[in-house]
Each structure stands twice: as C-alpha cells, then as structure tokens.
Design a protein around this ligand. Structure first.
Ligand SMILES: *[C@@H]1O[C@H](CO)[C@@H](O)[C@H](O)[C@H]1NC(C)=O
Ligand SMILES: *[C@@H]1O[C@H](CO)[C@@H](O)[C@H](O)[C@H]1NC(C)=O
Length: 981
C-alpha cells in the first residue's frame, strides 16, 4: 500500500504537523511526475543518450573509443579473457578487463570491469567509506549458480589482428565473432545473425577520474570551447533532485551498451511497467514514448498507465521474438537502469513495421548508473527455451503452499479481530470460498511491527483459531522500516547490533515512513537476516499461530522524505557498498529474509512459507509472490493488469496479481464484478482496497453481483488442480503460469502484439477478460487451426487465425477450451482449498479434430517440502484410439509410498468428453481396467448429441478409478470421430 492520501494520514500524532503539511502541498490526483526523474534529469541517462546521439549523428558520427587488445586474448575451457582499452584524450588509455564465458543452451556471459577500480587504485571524495571496486555482487543475489559452467567444447576458431571467432554449442551451432576495433560482438545461430553488442558504438564505461577543479571558464574566450567538444561534466560530481543532493563520492561511473536484434520486430519483458506486453519505442515519434523504460524500484503513488516510468520492481530480462526464433538479454545490474528501444525497417513498406514483407530490426540501449557491465546473451530459440534457461540461471518460481492459490481477502484495514471474525462468518454465510484474510499496517501498536494494537486486536489468537477451523490463514504486514523509538525492542536491537542501513557518513540512517522517524534493516547483512529470523518465533512474535503468513510492503525501500521517495544513493550497506549499487536488489534481500525467517519459526515445523512482496528483482520468484502495487478502481487499470501479469510470466516471476477491484477509489458494482471475473485468472488473486474506500467484500454488493462474483471465485476453486499443475510446471521449467499469445503460438505473427487474452498453463483454457464498461461481448483471437469450445456450454469456435465475437453479459466469463486437452477439476464447492484436499476429481477431455487429447495433473500435500522426496502425484492423461489412459510421470522417492497411501481413496468421480464422436450415441457403457481393478468393470456412459452450434458431449460417472494409479477406460468405438464443423 502506498503513501497515504490526503484524508488518511497513517502518520501517528507525533510527526503529524510538519510532514503532513509538506505532503499536502504537493498532493494531487495522479502520479507526481516531479517526484521522479526523467532521463534528462538523471545525469548518466542524459550523458548516455547524448553519446548515442553523437554516434548516430548523420554528418559526423562519432567513433567508439573501445578496442580489444588482441595480444591480451587468452582462451581456455570455454572462456575468453582479454583487455579492452578505452582511449581517453587527456589521461591516456583505461584498461577494462573482459571475460566472455560460453555456456550451455546457447548462452554467453560477457563481463567488463575496470582495472583501476578492481585494484582499488582510486580515491573517493568526501572521505566516503564506500568500496572502491565496481559493484560485482548482483550475481551473488540473483543467480543460483546453475547454468554458469562454461563449455569446454567451445573453441576459438580463429584470431587475427581484427577479429576473433568462437564457436560452441551442439554441432558448433553457435558462433560469436568479436570485432577488435572498435570492440563489438555478433552472435550467430547457424547462418542467422541474432544479436549484436555495441554495433552502434553506444558502449560506455565511465572510468574513474580525479575531480579537477578548473578555474571558472572565461566567458569571453569562446575559441577553446569551439575546438574541443568538451564532455558535459555538470552531472559528474554532484546531482541534486527535488531538494536532495547526491554526493557521488565515486564520480561518474555508468556502464552502457547498445544491443541490436536483427530481424526481430517485437521485444517483451523488462518488468515492471504499466504498458503493453510488446514494448514500445522510446525515442519519440507517433504513439511512442519519449522516455526510456526505467528500472529503479520506487513507491509510485497513483501510477500512470501506458508509461515507461519505473514501478516497484525490476527484472532486466528481455525477450526478442520473431516467427522462427526467440532470443534474450539478461542485463545483470542492480543500479538504476534505463533502456531505450527503437526499431528500423529495411525492405518492404517502411510504414508497416514488418507486416508487409519488410524486415524489422529492434535496437536497444541499456544504461546503468554503476557496477560492472555484466550481460547474458541467450540464443533460445523458443520462448520456452528462454524461460527454462533464465529460470536455470535465476531460479524457478517457488512451488507455493496450495492455499496461496486460493482467493485472498484484504483491505486497509480490517479494524479489529472481531471485524475479521465477522468477515470470515459472512463469507461462509454467502457460500463464497476464500483462503486468506489480510491485515494491513493498522493492526500494529503504533506501527511497531511484531506488536498488536492492544485495543483493536486484544485477542489475535482466537481470531486465528477461528480461521483455522476452516483451514484458513491470516497474512499480516511487516515492512522494512522500524520505528525509531526508545523502548521499542525491535529498534533497540536493530541499533545495538548495528544491523541497520547507514547514511553517507557511516552513521545509522534515519528517514520517514509510516511510523514517522524510522530505521531500515539492512538485509544484505547475514547477521541482520539471522536476527530477523529470531523475531518470528512464536514466543517472540506473540499472538501468531502457524497459520499466520507475511506481507512485505514498502521494500523498494519507500522513504517518504528521501530522494524519489527512496533512500539516498550514497547510503551505505553491508560490505560498504553504496545504496546506488544495490538499490534494485534491496527489496529482494528483505522478502527473502522474511521467507527464511518463516521457515524456522519452530523447530521441526517445516512448511512452505508464503510471502508477498511489492519490490522485486531477478530471483525474487524463488521466495515470494508479487502484486502490481497501488492501482486504481477504474476500467483502464483493470485492462492494464492483463499485460502486466503476462509480462511477469515472460520475466520469470509469474506468481503475481493486481489488486482486485482496484486499490484507490470505489469501483462501480459492474467494474468490481468484472474485476473478479478477470482476477480469477491472476496467479495471485487478492481483493484489496484503500483505507478511504467503502467496504466492498463480495457479499456486500447485493444481487446479482454477489452471486456472479461468488460463481467466479468458485470457478477458480474448481480449476484448482489445473492451477496447481501450472504452478508446478513453472517451478520445474520456468514457464509462465498464464501465457500470452506469442508464447503459446510463437509462429503466428498476428498474435505477437495481443496482450488482452491469456492461456492458463498448458491446459488449453483461454480467457479474454471483459475490461470495458457495459460490454456485452468480447472479440477473441484463435490462432491455431483447432476447434475451441465454450467452457460452460461447449459452443464451438473454429480457430485458424480467426477472430470471434463471444457474447458476454455480466454473468458470463469468456472462457474457451482448446481442442486436444484434458483438464483436471474439483467440482464440489467448499469453504477453502484446505477442505478440498480429499475431494474427488473431474476430468474434462476436450477431443481435438483427430479425436485425441492429453493433459497432466500434479498434486501433493500442498504444504510441506515432502514433494522433494517424491511425495506427489504426477499423472499423464491421454485419449487416443478410443482409450483414455492415466499413466505415471512422477519419479519414486523416499516419501512416495506413504503419500500415495494417504491419497488412496481419492478418485475420479466424473469424466466429461467434449466433442464426443457420434458413434457413441447408441452406446451406454465404457469398460475400465487398471491397477487394483480385477478384470474389468463397466461404467455408465451418457451421450448428449450436438445441438445447434454446441458440440456433442458425453459423461461417465463414477468410473471407480483412483487419481493416483494407472488405468485405462475403453470407449465403445475406436474409429476417429469427425469434428462437428
Ligand atoms: C566579457 O566581456 C564583457 C563585454 O565586453 C565585459 O564587460 C566583461 O567584463 C568580460 N568578462 C571577462 C571575465 O573578461
Ligand atoms: C536469502 O536468504 C538466505 C538465508 O539467509 C541467504 O543464504 C541467501 O543468500 C538470500 N538470498 C537472497 C536473494 O537474498
């Protein structure tokens, strides 16, 4: 939740007057642009854009001053090392050590450092205690260590004065050519050029230099200025913004590179931004942005849509896509980063960007304020390959506890423990399932985390016990700012143990946040993380039971009186790194510390922790879920949430959602209802609302809205097995949980810019949420030449590059099933997912045009880590030649047998076959064989013929098959059915 709006100060009386006044002066209805930098207000962004302009200047383009010293090149065990020499007019050459590692899966890692800084042969100004090296630990936080082994089979094919060439990969399929002067690199797959580094000469490593105080320029002698185009030094040594001054003890130190994708017309990724999935151009022109995409984790109050402005989290990973190939870039840098994107067309009609034969190249320009230059080049060649490879590098998404997939009910704030109990009862009264209820900051005693307000939450345990009766959970918020107050034990310990972030003078940093004056835990420090752990044990965090989990907000970090609402860049973290170097990782170290604390609340109690974070970085997927922050209750924000969530999937952090209903403002009943119908397709589904909004629990809206929302939530719960299977997939191969059109149909150019419809995992379920007021239909695009069926009534829609209008009155969710899939469900309505554990399954078999289908199911206890030792069910279902089979995909482990024993009684209670062949019309039986079945048994088959535009379907009730064993169901006729259309 964001900074407080005008009417609701969360500030407490002590600090009320002065600061509130400061905020009121600048308060307005929308995002405060003047709080956040544009490129031309950020020294290094401005300098690097100017450099780019000078390189592309038509009349006298600049030349890149970087060259690889051929004599320095050493190649061994798949790794090339050498020195890049930067020629600098005044001070002579600067040496930049280069390492290129040729890795598995067509990945290459290029690292460029600065020798003088590495050796510490530099002076920092203002007596700064900061480290002299360039920050080189982003990888230590973001990477898992997997996928980094260089390929010994890579070979240096040739090296001449001008160029080196390396080949690697299967059949030496991949090739890198390195131009020595100026330094640039081309990456090839077969005969196709895929990615070019520094092809346009925008590479920039701002080397360390001493500050020389020049005499004030003689304003009358214009001669000198005209002859040497002096660099603009105005932002080298100090920068001020919004009344804050950055002391910049290291001077200018940015790193930048241009990266071109020849023939690639679309790029995706760079979460988190509120804009289209296919990223826009950023250097002006009709419909384009005029600012680069910015990544500098920020608490943006009332963010703006269709904008490259930074938001709360940053993942500097990008996928470039064309019909036959997908490649990627992972720019491993934790400092403020801007990315410019432009496209150019050659051949064909220049106005249509590729659609009519011309070839589009996409050019990107990456700029980071500090750190080493560390970039992964990834050659794909499919979106799935990239997900896998990026997931291998930074970790796959966690397999969450299953309750986390349920519906979460939140608001700022449930006002008392009695209020929570009452909401809990009302959900039951209205038969609306939910799994988790949430408490925002007001539950604390005076914004002191790890305490409860004694007046409003006198008895938290009885509240938690009531929730536990229906296996429900409580999530409470704990933020990284710790109230600066004598006698508050958390602050006392933080100070006495020296575990807080320090200011530039190396004293404890003090700033303002919800509690007023605050200190910030420095989770980069292992001692701080160990201490954090100690705070969560049940005897220290009194009033918590084992069904209490965590929400980490404001971890960008948000500092109300700091520059751009965050910490000063010259603050000092553990290891004496400046905040500027680590800013984008800060939030991750904090939510990860909470995750690890929750793992060890009690000895022997090992369960998968749930932590929600607002701020994130590459790697956050390993220990948290995210949400898109403080959105607004309007239709545009509802629509914007779809591409944002899809982009989270592309960016390897798919466990995300947007506040259902919208955080700020009061949604109309129609908007709220539509938002629930869309929200059931967010991997993380939470209703949330600002403290100034009207109460809006779904049961409060009245009919027909309450029933429609309840029905939507029940659909989410019915599809729980499909969701859990999709999460499992994400946790093993990095694939998005909800998937965009280009991802599912990478060869269909018509879908590349579509970002308002989505597939759920590999289930073939395709939805197009209604995001417009008063809409009674949606247009849905079907790419492949297969039939799709309405989820509810089996109306047939034929695919093959067709757009269909689907009627969608308020009660209707546009949801289709692609032919060829088997979808697992659980159809019995329950109060929470925990109560569905032993419920039987329904399988929906959607036959494709050839009368075949397949699907998978993953299930486990949803709670412990026993699945890592084989305590799971992983089934493959196939329908072919008139037989439906269940076979095992799981590997046996130490805990497989005992788990399967607990699942023995869980059966398939119903099988629905959509697009059932007409030959079944006069049949009424199927025969079932399998493990634990003597001979074969018969089960009843009921056939429903086609009706109008609706497909034929059949149902088998109680086939008597277990969900965990092998079985075969033989249908009456084995010939392939012909499709009805
Ligand atoms: C620059 O020239 C102006 C006009 O001739 C004069 O008034 C001024 O003193 C000169 N400034 C310097 C620094 O010589
Ligand atoms: C997460 O916390 C664990 C335990 O303290 C630590 O080993 C690991 O480095 C942390 N990772 C991140 C990304 O913060």
């Amino acid at each position: 939740m964001a900074r407080s709006s005008r009417r609701s100060s969360g500030w407490g009386l002590t600090c009320f007057s002065v600061l509130l006044l400061l905020f009121l002066i600048s308060s307005s209805v929308a995002v405060k642009h003047h709080d956040f930098k544009r490129c031309d207000q950020s020294g290094f962004c401005k300098r690097n854009r100017a450099l780019a302009d000078s390189m592309t200047e038509k009349s006298s383009p600049g030349s890149s001053p970087y060259q690889l010293d051929a004599a320095s090149v050493k190649f061994k065990d798949g790794r090339l090392e050498g020195s890049i020499i930067k020629t600098v007019q005044d001070t002579g050459p600067v040496k930049l050590p280069l390492t290129i590692s040729f890795l598995e899966r067509g990945n290459v890692r290029v690292i460029i450092d600065e020798e003088k800084r590495r050796k510490g042969e530099v002076e920092l100004r203002h007596g700064s205690v900061a480290r002299k090296e360039r920050y080189n630990e982003a990888g230590a936080w973001a990477l898992t260590g997997a996928g980094l082994q260089s390929q010994k089979s890579a070979s240096l094919k040739k090296i001449s004065k001008d160029v080196s060439e390396v080949s690697w990969g299967p059949d030496s399929r991949f090739k890198a050519t390195i131009q020595h002067a100026p330094f640039s690199m081309e990456f090839w797959s077969g005969d196709d050029k895929q990615i070019v580094l520094n092809g346009r000469g925008f590479m920039n490593v701002e080397h360390w230099r001493p500050k020389i105080d020049k005499p004030a320029a003689d304003e009358n002698s214009t001669q000198e200025a005209a002859s040497t185009p002096a660099e603009d030094e105005s932002t080298w040594w100090e920068e001020s913004f919004g009344g804050n001054t950055d002391s910049k003890p290291k001077g200018p130190e940015s790193v930048a590179m241009d990266i071109t994708f020849p023939g690639y017309g679309h790029v995706y990724g760079l979460a988190e931004h509120a804009g289209p999935l296919s990223l826009k151009q950023t250097r002006g022109g009709d419909g384009n942005y005029d600012q680069p995409y910015r990544m500098y984790n920020s608490d943006i109050f009332e963010y703006e849509l269709d904008s490259p402005m930074t938001l709360y989290g940053s993942i500097p990973f990008l996928q470039a896509h064309r019909t036959d190939s997908t490649v990627g870039i992972f720019w491993l840098n934790a400092a403020e980063t801007w990315v410019d994107i432009t496209k150019s067309t050659h051949g064909g009609n220049p106005l249509t960007l590729g659609l009519s034969g011309g070839v589009v190249d996409t050019h990107t320009h990456w700029m980071s304020e500090s750190g080493i230059l560390d970039v992964f080049v990834m050659l794909g060649p499919t979106p799935k390959d990239l997900s896998k490879s990026y997931g291998e590098l930074t970790g796959y998404t966690q397999l969450p506890a299953s309750f986390a997939l349920g519906y979460h009910q939140c608001r700022w704030n449930y006002v008392s423990d009695e209020d929570v109990k009452d909401v809990d009862r009302k959900f039951d009264k209205h038969n609306i399932p939910y799994d988790v209820i949430w408490l925002d900051i007001e539950y604390t005693d005076d914004k002191q985390y790890f305490t409860w307000d004694p007046h409003t939450f006198p008895d938290p345990t009885s509240m938690e016990q009531q929730l536990d009766e229906t296996e429900r959970k409580l999530v409470v918020i704990i933020d990284p700012h710790i109230k600066n107050k004598g006698g508050y034990f958390v602050d006392e310990e933080l100070k006495s143990k020296g575990l807080a972030v320090k200011n530039k003078d190396n004293n404890i940093f003090e700033g303002w946040c919800w509690p007023g004056s605050s200190h910030w835990i420095d989770a980069f420090n292992p001692a701080a993380r160990a201490w954090w752990k100690s705070l969560f044990t049940y005897d220290r965090f009194k009033g918590t039971m084992n069904n209490v989990w965590l929400w980490n907000d404001m971890n960008e970090p948000s500092v109300f009186n700091g520059p751009e609402i965050t910490m000063p860049r010259d603050n000092i973290h553990h290891g004496d790194w400046e905040h500027r170097d680590v800013h984008n990782i800060n939030g991750m170290t904090f939510h990860n510390a909470t995750y690890h604390a929750l793992l060890e609340r009690k000895k022997g109690e090992v369960r998968r922790p749930f932590v929600l974070t607002r701020s994130f970085y590459a790697g956050s997927q390993r220990s948290a879920a995210m949400w898109t922050g403080d959105n607004q209750a309007n239709w545009d924000h509802l629509a914007a949430s779809i591409p944002m969530i899809l982009n989270q999937g592309v960016s390897g952090f798919p466990f995300g959602g947007a506040d259902v209903g919208g955080f700020f403002g009061n949604p109309s009943k129609e908007l709220q209802t539509r938002w629930y119908q869309a929200g059931i397709f967010y991997p993380f589904m939470r209703g949330h609302a600002h403290i100034d909004t009207r109460r809006r629990e779904p049961y409060l809206l009245g009919e027909p809205y309450t029933s429609i929302m309840a029905k939507a939530i029940r659909l989410r719960y019915a599809l729980f097995p499909a969701w859990y299977t999709a999460f499992h997939e994400a946790s093993t191969d990095g694939s998005p949980i909800v998937r965009s059109q280009y991802y599912v149909h990478p060869g269909d150019e018509k879908g590349f810019a579509i970002d308002d419809q989505l597939y759920l995992g590999s289930t073939g379920l395709l939805t197009k949420p209604v995001t417009a007021e008063g809409a009674e239909s949606v247009d849905i695009y079907l790419s492949d030449d297969e039939n799709y069926y309405d989820y509810f009534d089996y109306t047939i829609y034929n695919g093959g590059s067709k757009t269909h209008k689907i009627t969608a009155q308020l009660e209707k969710i546009p949801l289709l099933m692609q032919g060829g899939h088997i979808i697992p469900r659980k159809d019995r309505p329950r109060k929470s997912s925990g109560l569905m554990k032993w419920d039987p399954y329904t399988l929906v078999v959607v036959l494709d045009k050839d009368g075949e289908a397949q699907g998978t199911l993953y299930a486990d206890d949803g709670e412990t880590f026993d699945y890592e030792q084989g305590a799971s069910i992983h089934r493959q279902f196939t329908f072919a030649s008139g037989e439906l089979k269940s076979t095992n995909l799981g590997a046996k482990g130490a805990k497989t047998a005992s788990y399967l024993k607990t699942m023995k009684e869980v059966t398939v209670e119903k099988i629905i076959v959509v697009n059932a062949p007409a030959t079944w019309s006069d049949q009424n039986e199927v025969s079932v064989t399998g493990e634990g079945i003597k001979g074969s048994v018969q089960a009843e088959l009921i056939y429903h013929g086609p009706a109008g535009s609706k497909a034929a379907w059949a149902v088998i009730r109680r086939p008597g098959t277990s969900i965990s064993s092998d079985w075969t169901i033989s249908f009456p006729e084995t010939s392939s059915p012909k499709s009805e259309l």
